[in-house]
Ligand binder design. Structure first.
Ligand SMILES: [Zn+2]
Length: 340
């Protein structure tokens, strides 16, 4: 793994820490220096597993509870902030979704128009699988679930890996396109593993299965040609791949594509390890599942599901013709408000 450089940044605005007062009153108070009471600007230095925080007058802040994942989430908040607004201190592992979002057109690749029913474009086994898995998960079509889970993987892995952070987060000099394509590859790998194993649930899928069945060196090359069909309007399908992502897959030389697959495997591995190392995890001897990632985030997460990194949410329908648009749009608006 590449050597990681020390990261240093200044947080110019107050960092609000939630404190509980007697009588279960909750207050958000600015992080203040124990010695001089100053609240901003704080300087953060992340070196290896250590974080040093300096108050405006140079006192070293002694809150040894600030671990690198929390400091990286603060770095993300500073990078995406609106000046002059206080920032929430991250309340847990991946509490702030640090996945960078590309600002570009997010149109999906339209499905080919053929006479006859579009469901015939799906092979029969794939169709039966997507029907079955959808009921298991509620309203979301399988491919959309896969992308939401990919975002969960990224939200947990990015702040926990110095290497991923520096390669993929723009605040640390990383490449946003590579971050996006890594998440796309993870989403396609989850979807592909589900179809391949005829899984009854994407959430209950073992992370190791995704690594072995879709991201192993002999099978990963096939993912760049994956174009999963998903119900989009009643009786209509779209490919659950963005036009621009398809263009990037087609333009990428083998090394670039390989690096996305390796980063995807690294992110899944890091998320798996983070779940295993979390003291609150109870696995009952099972393999780590994708749901374990969501559950660990869920204790601290307020964004819930969000596809704003992947495509424009205007109208999505599940295969029973039920509209899932309102729920998605609401979460989308809400999470964008929270993230910014
Ligand atoms: Zn001070």
């Amino acid at each position: 793994m590449a050597e990681t450089a020390e990261q240093s940044f200044v947080c110019p605005d107050d960092l609000l820490v939630e404190r509980w007062l007697p009588g279960f009153k909750r207050l958000s108070l600015p992080l203040d220096c124990e010695r001089c009471g100053a609240t901003s600007p704080y300087t953060f230095r992340i070196a290896g597993a250590e974080v040093n925080v300096l108050c405006p007058r140079g006192h070293r802040y002694t809150a040894d509870v600030i671990q690198p994942p929390a400091a990286r989430q603060i770095q993300h908040l500073v990078h995406t902030r609106r000046p002059g607004r206080p920032l929430p201190f991250p309340s847990g592992p991946g509490a702030v979704c640090t996945m960078p979002v590309l600002r570009e057109r997010r149109a999906l690749l339209p499905a080919p128009t053929k006479t006859g029913r579009q469901r015939d474009l799906l092979d029969e086994a794939g169709w039966r699988w997507s029907r079955r898995i959808e009921r298991d998960f509620g309203d979301w079509p399988a491919s959309l679930q896969a992308y939401a889970l990919a975002r969960h993987v990224m939200a947990l892995a990015l702040p926990h890996s110095a290497d991923l952070w520096q390669r993929l987060h723009p605040a640390a000099g990383g490449n946003t396109i590579d971050a996006h394509m890594t998440a796309v590859v993870i989403g396609l790998a989850i979807d592909e593993t589900g179809r391949h194993t005829n899984a009854s649930s994407l959430r209950r899928m073992a992370i190791q299965d995704v690594l072995d069945l879709a991201l192993a060196p002999d099978v990963a090359p096939a993912l760049r040609d994956a174009r999963p069909l998903t119900p989009y309007h009643p009786g209509r399908f779209m490919y659950a791949v963005r036009r621009l992502d398809v263009a990037r897959f087609e333009a990428a030389d083998p090394d670039r594509y390989d690096s996305w697959c390796r980063l995807a495997a690294q992110a899944l591995g890091c998320a798996q390890e983070t779940v295993l190392n979390d003291p609150t995890t109870t696995l009952f001897g099972q393999a780590v599942r994708l749901a374990d990632i969501s559950e660990l985030l869920g204790r601290h997460w307020q964004h819930v599901e969000c596809l704003q990194w992947h495509h424009t949410i205007d109208s999505a329908f599940n295969s029973h013709g039920q509209r899932v648009h309102f729920a998605l749009a609401r979460w989308w608006d809400w999470s964008v408000r929270r993230v910014r």
